[in-house]
Every structure is written in structure tokens, then in C-alpha cells.
Design a binder for this molecule. Structure first.
Ligand code: ATP
Ligand code: MG
Length: 334
């Protein structure tokens, strides 16, 4: 009973939280077309464009999730000088996000993943091809410097900083050092955890944790070993290994170990971006004074809601309250 009451209270406080995200931002584009015929120029499909849907992806999905959960969010990252940058800014601004920390790099495109899907008049829609826009060049030193400055100007005004590192170049040693000026840094990175030495909490998924420790996590004993190894290697206060349909496991420097089963294993439609949702709800809980365990539970709860929807999805405080009420007490260890 009281476990739930405390969680409800923490959710109520999401609207008072202030979070800074430093991240690799992606624009997700979903283009839907009607198949018309085979071209005479080449043996390829000719598609008639019907609509394009755009959504924040990568680190921008974490930003968007935070905003939808009610928090005041500011973002520091890089976009190109292109239409995709405008679309990204519009999407985030409409959600109430402060985008004044975005730096424009005219030498690179805004990272964009365009899925082109098609259907005939009767058939279901399926993806035909994906077109990615990105640069493999490292960020120029002057841009790294600008990003670090934008972070340092802002950190003191926020209760937590999330580093959302999709290995697209925003998180350099300089920007990481600037972010780590904050006491409460939450790291969601595809690799290179040791670069964030001094961060509070890391949220690797299972493959990321395996790559970091260098062995397959096949048994509960190896999972514990991995948690311990990652705590030692990063000197973090907590490591949260998200384990897809197995839920998540929290390892704390104090020696605590907690396994939280996935709350929803039956109505799962699309797990894309669930990790971004976890980090958003988790960070808001920590910033509101919740424990790491409460933060993991609310991250898990938020993920259990978004995996019901197609594409990267978000949830809000009202849904969290409703699903929390429905949760069996055993799921919370009551
Ligand atoms: N198949 C699933 N069934 C139920 N819950 C799931 C499933 N997949 C993910 N989840 C929920 O989402 C959380 C995060 O998922 P996961 O470990 O796959 O993160 P991730 O790989 O970082 O996700 P992404 O990178 O796509 O954002 C899990 O801890 C769990 O709560
Ligand atoms: Mg992830």
C-alpha cells in the first residue's frame, strides 16, 4: 500500500522537475506510399507519396519522453543546417522543450532515419527501404567547445543531467567533462561507459552490458558478476541493466541487488525506444528525491506502457497513475 502511495507522489512531482539532456539527436521519419507500378527506367517500384510522419528519435526521444511526462527540459546537441533540423526544433518546441542549447553544424546533416513504407490498394503497409543521413566525421574542436560552454552555462539550473550517447559524436571528452560538473549525471550510452567516470547511474541494456564486461551474461551468477564489474569499473552509485522482456536489474554500490520483472509481457507490440522511456522516468524520480529502486520501478512502469504502442512512444503522468493502480502488489514486492 505505502509503496504505491509513495510512487504516486513521485509521479505527481514530475511536473516540477528540471532536466538537462546532452545527447545525440535523431529525427525519425516515416514515409507512407502507395505502390503504383514498376518503372520503365529500372526494375524498381514507383511509389506515390501519401504522408510523412516525423518523431524525435535517439537522444531526442529521451528529451521528448521527459517533456511528455511533464518536466521542464532543455537540450544540448547538434543539428545540421537543413529542413530536418527545423522539423526537429518544431517537434521539441511544441512539446515545450528549451532548444536554445542546440548548436548548428552546417557541415553535417541532422541525423535522420527515413523509413519508406508502401502498400498496394488492399495490402498491409510494409517497409521497403530505410535511408539514413549522418556524418562519420568527428565534431570540429570549435563545436565541441561551443557544446561544452552551452552545458556549463546551464548545468546549475537543473536537477539532473542525462547523457544520451548514440555514438553520433556529441558526447566527446570535452562535453562529458562539462556534463560531469553536475552531481547527478545519468548515462545511457551504447559503449564507452568508462569515459563517464564519476556519473551517478548508468542504464546499459543487456548487449551493452555484455560488450562492456567482455563476456556473455548467460546465468544469474554472471548477471551479478557483470553488475559488480560495472560498478567497479565506473565507480558509479548504481548500474541498472535493462533486460528487455526480463525486466531490469539494479546494482548499487551499497551492495543492494534488485531484480524487477517486466510489468507487461503480454501486450507488447514495439519495444523500440523503451530504453529512452526508462531513462526519462527514472531520472525524474531520482530528481524528485526518490530512491534508485523507486526510480527503476517507475522506469519499468513507463516502459511497460510504451511497448504497447508502435514506434517510439511516450507516456504521461495520468497513464502512469492508472497503470500503477492496476499493478499487482506482488509486482512491487509487496
Ligand atoms: N519484450 C518486452 N516485453 C516486456 N517489456 C519489455 C520488452 N522489451 C523491453 N521491455 C521493457 O523496456 C525496458 C527497456 O528495454 P531494453 O532493455 O530493450 O532497452 P533498450 O535496448 O535500451 O531499448 P532501446 O535502445 O530500444 O530504447 C525493459 O527493462 C522492460 O521494462
Ligand atoms: Mg538503449
Amino acid at each position: 500500500m505505502s509503496i504505491k502511495t509513495d510512487l504516486h507522489r513521485l509521479i505527481d512531482q514530475f511536473a516540477d522537475r528540471r532536466i538537462l539532456v546532452v545527447g545525440d539527436l535523431t529525427l525519425d521519419e516515416f514515409m507512407t506510399c502507395l505502390t503504383e507500378r514498376i518503372s520503365r527506367e529500372a526494375p524498381v517500384l514507383i511509389l506515390r507519396h501519401e504522408q510523412t510522419h516525423r518523431a524525435p528519435g535517439g537522444g531526442a526521444n529521451a528529451v521528448y519522453n521527459l517533456a511528455c511526462l511533464g518536466a521542464a527540459v532543455a537540450v544540448v546537441g547538434v543539428v545540421g543546417n537543413d529542413l530536418q533540423a527545423e522539423a526537429m526544433k518544431d517537434l521539441l518546441t511544441e512539446a515545450g522543450v528549451d532548444v536554445s542549447g542546440l548548436v548548428v553544424d552546417p557541415s553535417r546533416p541532422t541525423v535522420t532515419k527515413t523509413r519508406i513504407a508502401a502498400h498496394s490498394r488492399q495490402s498491409v503497409t510494409q517497409q521497403v527501404v530505410r535511408v539514413d543521413r549522418k556524418s562519420d566525421e568527428p565534431l570540429a574542436a570549435s563545436l565541441q567547445q561551443q557544446l561544452a560552454e552551452r552545458i556549463l552555462e546551464r548545468v546549475s539550473g537543473f536537477e539532473a543531467v542525462i547523457c544520451s550517447d548514440y555514438l553520433e559524436g556529441v558526447l566527446t571528452d570535452k562535453t562529458i567533462a562539462a556534463a560531469l560538473a553536475h552531481q547527478r549525471v545519468i548515462v545511457d550510452t551504447h559503449s564507452g561507459l568508462e569515459r563517464y567516470h564519476g556519473a551517478h547511474l548508468f542504464t546499459p541494456n543487456l548487449p551493452e552490458a555484455e560488450a562492456a564486461v567482455g563476456y556473455a551474461i548467460r546465468t544469474p551468477a554472471l548477471l551479478s558478476q557483470a553488475g559488480q564489474d560495472l560498478l567497479e569499473r565506473t565507480e558509479a552509485d548504481h548500474i541498472l541493466i535493462t533486460r528487455g522482456e526480463e525486466g531490469m536489474s539494479l546494482f548499487s554500490r551499497t551492495g543492494e541487488r534488485q531484480h524487477i520483472p517486466a510489468f507487461n509481457r503480454t501486450q507488447v507490440f514495439d519495444v523500440t525506444g523503451a530504453g529512452d522511456t526508462v531513462v526519462a522516468a527514472l531520472t525524474l524520480t531520482l530528481a524528485g528525491g526518490g530512491s534508485a529502486h523507486q526510480a527503476a520501478v517507475l522506469g519499468n512502469l513507463a516502459a511497460s506502457i510504451v511497448v504497447r504502442q508502435f514506434g517510439t512512444a511516450t507516456t504521461n503522468a495520468a497513464e502512469l497513475h492508472a497503470y500503477l493502480e492496476e499493478l499487482a502488489p506482488e509486482a512491487l514486492g509487496e
